[in-house]
Design a protein around this ligand. Sequence first.
Ligand code: DGJ
Length: 568
Amino acid sequence: MMTNSKREWLAFALALLAFIGVGQVRGQAPAANSAAPHLEKRGATTQLIVDGKPFLILGGELHNSSSSSVAYMKLIWPRLATMHLNTVLAPVAWETIEPEDGKFDFGVVDGLIQGARENNLRLVFLWFGSWKNTYSSYVPAWVKDNTERFPRVQTSDGRDTERLSPFSIASRDADARAFAALMRHVKETDADAHTVVMVQVENEVGIIPDSRDRSAAANAAFAALVPAELTTYMQQNRAALVPEFRAVWEANGSKTSGSWEEVFGKSALTDDLFMSWYYATYINYVAAAGKAEYALPMYVNAALIRPNYQPGQYNSGGPLPHSMDIWRAGAPSIDLLSPDIYLDEFAEWCQKYVRAGNPLFIPEARGGAEGAANAFYAFGQVSTIGFSPFAIDSEGAPPAVPSSGLASTETPRGAPIGYAYATLSRLMPLILEKQTTGEIASVVLEGEAQRAARVSLGDYTMTVTRAMNVTGDASAAAARASALFLQTGPNEYIVAGSGGALVTFAASTPGLPIVGIESIDEEFFDGGQWVLGRRLNGDENSQGQVLKLNADDSYEGRIYRVRLYRYR
Ligand code: DGJ
């Protein structure tokens, strides 16, 4: 017999699943012939559509080797699910699926799909094919051992490096054949359930420490004309080219034909642009072969540039901001160019990757409290389709908060990203809707030196100030804090955040000049829905002057509904 409390628990679980858009429990029979996961332009943004509905990836990327073992992953999956992830980014290595030339083994791939399904998680597969962090460490032994058939990037003194050369047709074709086999298999196993929602093709490509491949094939390509596909693209898209790329072209006379050094000048940057084209076209070939089998959205990821680093100190030829146009022209089968953001200036790097119509997805980033704050920024201000801290399997204990209600302040805390994802998953339907209408904004305070940031939304400008600067209480301040605003009416906002900050409101449109806080209501999630908490007034909002975001908000599952009014 089902007891009352069991019945209540079941009702709550079902309501929660429906609310957070899980919709259908993976493993159950999915809707027949529903479209494969795909990207769709919706209003102001591009969204990932899964099972016919928009979806935000609350992700985490595994350590490189975790997904090579189904047994190892057994203990990891439930932890990730408890951390409120909905998607796991998991490497699939060429050496694992094609241990012998032409003989495929998808045992590990099947185990990963099964493990994800059992824990109601989706997957993004990372194809560790020809390249992983510039090297070719994940190619099968039969590729590694045969440098005649699969030639390497060479140094200027003719020595091989441990990297396949992107100028080799044999390597490209072998990689494309394996990737196509993987995508065919994923389609056969998963075309109905849609556990796998997206695929990364290769990983952080580029050349280090030289600025380009010096093999004979590379030298011949470097001396030849810049391919007409690229120069034609540059002419046709001249006004829309990213400014730093157009500037290099124009500084060298805006030539429409010539060698790489004639068109872009004699510099290490030209080597980088040259390598970008050949990585892009190689990877495009691989991606197109995979898409011909199963057309999931595909992306490439970039290792970013540290201040003052030159090509070769950074990955020369990677999908970097200054070469976005080359990647767009050379790799039309790649849907997104994605930054791996480990550097401090998170917002600035996001902004660089939403240029040229590029939909944003952040496959790697720092985790911890910093990751939690960055996630609120990325979903709110740059409409990312997903966020994913690296090494999620060592991210700390799962959140100790119950999946509903407020946590006790005495409860020991788990990984900050788990709490951020709990709030973001509950707000997901609203975030998705507001990303399409543009009624959403965020700010992030990126370090103790950044005292305040401002953002406008609707008729109001919000100033978000580091808590310690106003209260003088340094312990209330995190190194990084963020606030997410969702406009729910002309004078009403839902606000959530991470790290703690103070928010004041000012008018940004003509009319009555002074803005007052009409009310601030706390809401928290219980029984599968948001319920009203306290009406915050008096000391809690400095007598109606300010919205206080507490450092504990995300731990305690709290958001705010703020109503404003204007007077003179
Ligand atoms: C970036 C790479 O893309 C990942 O695979 C991993 O190696 C991390 N760096 C390690 O920090």
